[in-house]
Structures are given as structure tokens and as C-alpha cells.
Design a protein around this ligand. Sequence first.
Ligand code: FAD
Length: 122
Amino acid sequence: MQSLLPQRFAALFPHLCGLDGALPCSQVTGKMRSAIADRLQSLPLTVIGTRPIDEAIVTRGGVDIKDVSPGTMESKKTAGLYFAGEIIDVDAHTGGYNLQIAWSTGALAGKSAASAKKEGNA
Ligand SMILES: Cc1cc2nc3c(=O)[nH]c(=O)nc-3n(C[C@H](O)[C@H](O)[C@H](O)COP(=O)(O)OP(=O)(O)OC[C@H]3O[C@@H](n4cnc5c(N)ncnc54)[C@H](O)[C@@H]3O)c2cc1C
């Protein structure tokens, strides 16, 4: 079980299936295997709280995207003000999407600000 599941979860998992974790594999019946498969495919979890903000991976909220020009990342309310990354109200699941948001919006905001400066608009 420990090679298939996170270590601490593996220790708890037999109990969640109504099984004795110390039972040798040779004594695990077909019915018990079905119970394990059922639990692996459907494990109801109840969220009871959140971890502290210090441990947060991404923040939610920030500047409303309706107030940002998507082609330049410039504020629609304040000319010459550009936004990038988590300061904008966008977030995604982990997997590189938040970093991609930061890099893409940062590159666009930087290029746009530089262009505006070059054209004398900033
Ligand atoms: C532990 C952890 C794991 C993560 N893992 C992933 C992941 O696997 N995949 C993924 O996509 N995303 C991940 N993220 C999220 C991702 O790192 C962020 O979404 C991204 O870095 C946001 O970039 P940002 O430039 O908007 O903000 P930040 O990276 O937070 O940069 C803001 C910068 O501004 C500086 N700053 C703040 N205040 C001031 C000030 N007054 N003056 C000057 N500078 C200031 C800060 O020091 C910081 O350097 C993770 C985040 C954390 C915390």
C-alpha cells in the first residue's frame, strides 16, 4: 500500500476500508480487494478548514480583469499603470499555470510599458 499511496495516508487507508492494516496480503479476500478498489475510486472528504496564509500557493482576488486591457495589461482606469501576475484577479490550479500567468502577463506588461515609453505615451 505504501508504494501506491502517500506514506501517512497509506497507514490510514486500510482503516478507511474497514480492514486490518496488519493483515498479510495472502489473507486479503476478493471482497476486501473490492472494498479497497471502491475506496480508491471514491473517497468522500469533508473540508474542515484551510492552511495558514503563509503556506498559500496562490492568492485569489486583486485587480479586476475588467479593469485591465488584455492586449497591453495597462489599467483602463489609470493610464501608464500596468499589471502582471497575482496582483490581477486570476488564479489557476497548481501545475505551472500560475507561473505561466505571471510570466506571460509580465512579459506583455513590460513590452507594452516600454513601447508606450518609446512612443512618448508614458
Ligand atoms: C510554495 C509555493 C509553491 C508554488 N508552486 C507553484 C507551482 O508549482 N506552479 C505554479 O504555477 N505556481 C506555483 N506557485 C505560485 C506562483 O509562484 C505565483 O503565482 C507566482 O510566482 C506569482 O508571481 P508574481 O510575480 O505575481 O508574484 P511574486 O512571485 O510573489 O513576486 C512579487 C514580488 O514583489 C516583491 N514585492 C512585494 N512587495 C514589494 C514592494 N512593496 N516593493 C518592491 N517589491 C515588492 C516580492 O518580494 C516578490 O519578489 C507557488 C507559490 C508558492 C508560494
